[in-house]
Design a protein around this ligand. Structure first.
Ligand code: ZN
Length: 285
């Protein structure tokens, strides 16, 4: 059973707030520092990595911003271009409440507890098959609150190096003008106030990541929390259940922080399936 808790913070998994998931991980295991995803730490790139076992550079879904405007070709695809054998139980409320009220709000805390109760009901429903069950619970990204700084306006700081920017919360896809050197453009990005990091996304595209609390200028903003940045690239990563492989999985999580793309190639062989050519690694290998 593969569950994806949208926007659920790793730090919210605790004995008091999420007793069912905590107990699952106590009997099974958890990544102490949580799992990892890529930039933008955003819903669609993350879930596509989880399901395909590939990184965004391979599955092609680079941002969730296509939900608000049609993406130009340089910003990737809306549907992953590699196949999957998996489906995921997606619980979205933690993302919605985190966006609306902020991840540390009382509304969000109540939502985390309610999500735990729902997940607990699933555990109860599976008790007759617990001995043959592996439960993997992840989130696609964390959530953070904004600080009082103004949004980062990359188009006002382009110096002619880039001509288009697609914001995705605390990250942005940056399209380079023809002939521009990616290193030169990246260095220019790095000098802009509020930028923490940048990486090469494609031949003509860089991905900028903002410092904690900072957001990129966008047509509209959530009233509460947001994601996309390096600070929210941490995921929930729990395993449990009665299947004999659960303890091996739990031990693997103590040795290595799992990337979202590691789960498909880890779980496929247990199910007797072959998932060759993934970017992620089999955590049990
Ligand atoms: Zn999400």
């Amino acid at each position: 059973m593969l569950l994806g808790l949208d926007g659920f913070p790793h730090r919210a998994i605790s004995p008091g707030l999420t007793p069912r998931m905590w107990a699952l991980a106590e009997a099974g295991g958890r990544a102490a520092e949580g799992g990892m995803t890529d930039l933008p730490s955003s819903t669609d790139p993350g879930f596509c990595s989880l399901l395909t076992g590939c990184y965004p550079t391979t599955h092609g879904v680079r941002t969730t911003s296509w939900r608000y405007a049609r993406l130009p070709d340089w910003a990737g695809v809306e549907t992953p271009r590699v196949p999957t054998i998996f489906d995921v139980g997606h619980l979205n409320e933690s993302d919605t409440v985190g966006h609306d009220h902020g991840p540390e709000s009382s509304a969000a805390q109540e939502c985390y507890a309610a999500t735990d109760r729902t997940v607990g009901e699933l555990f109860d429903a599976m008790q007759d098959h617990w001995a043959e069950t592996i439960v993997v619970i992840v989130s696609d990204h964390d959530m953070q609150a904004r600080d009082a700084s103004p949004p980062i306006d990359l188009m006002a700081n382009g110096d002619g190096l880039w001509d288009l920017v697609i914001p995705d919360g605390g990250a942005a896809l940056v399209h380079l003008r023809p002939g521009v050197d990616a290193r030169e453009a990246g260095a220019a990005l790095g000098r802009i106030d509020g930028i923490e990091t940048w990486l090469v996304g494609d031949s003509a595209m860089l991905i900028a990541g903002a410092r904690r609390g900072r957001i990129f200028k966008a047509p509209q903003y959530s009233s509460g929390g947001f994601h996309g940045a390096p600070a929210t690239a941490r995921t929930v990563a729990l395993v449990g259940g009665g299947h004999p492989d659960v303890q091996r999985l739990a031990a693997a999580l103590t040795r290595r922080r799992p990337h979202l793309a590691d789960w498909a190639p880890t779980l496929a062989p247990i199910l007797g399936a072959d998932m060759a050519g993934t970017d992620g690694a089999n955590l049990l290998a």
